[in-house]
Design a protein around this ligand. Structure first.
Ligand code: NI
Length: 167
């Protein structure tokens, strides 16, 4: 397994729209394993393929406290959402930034597993927020998009400075 490089905001590649996975083959399964390794190593609760510069609809999540409930969603689609939850979110593409974002409290999502099997997941609280956050990445959306323009501009400037320092 490999630890992959995570793109940092405001990298324009994070804005690309990801395409559905057609074939769940060895390449995809290796990518999923590497994404899990990268997410646990970071550490984070979720990672979407575009964050590692692969523009395909694949996300990995582990929102459990003991980090023992890995969930892989391929071609995920939210089929039901209800309620509102405002929680502080972070993102591996924006290190050390946490902001409150409104999300649905509960979502039901359908997806394909790593084995190519269709399944549905009914999620609440952190897991629900995480699923919505990661699916946004597949559509080139980042959680700072939900903030005011003023706040987002300030964050963009800060992140650009940080990136220059680490180059
Ligand atoms: Ni993120």
């Amino acid at each position: 397994m490999a630890i992959l490089q995570i793109l940092h905001f405001p990298d324009p590649r994070l804005r690309k729209i990801s395409t559905p996975v057609i074939d769940i083959d060895d390449r995809v399964r290796t990518l999923v394993d590497d994404m899990f390794a990268t997410m646990y190593y970071a550490p984070g609760v979720g990672l979407a393929a575009p964050q590692v510069n692969v523009h395909e609809r694949i996300i990995v999540i582990d929102a459990s406290e003991l980090k023992n409930k890995p969930i892989c969603l391929i071609n995920p689609e939210i089929i039901l959402q209800e309620g509102i939850d405002i929680q502080e979110e972070g993102c591996l593409s924006l290190p050390n930034l946490y902001e409150k974002v409104p999300r649905a409290h509960r979502v039901v999502v359908k997806a394909l597993s790593k084995e190519g099997k269709k399944f549905e997941l009914d999620a609440e609280d952190l897991l629900s927020v995480c699923i919505q956050h990661e699916i946004d990445h597949l559509d080139g959306k980042i959680f700072v998009d939900y903030l005011s323009r003023f706040k987002r501009d300030r964050i963009t400037k800060k992140m650009e400075k940080m990136r220059l320092r680490t180059l």
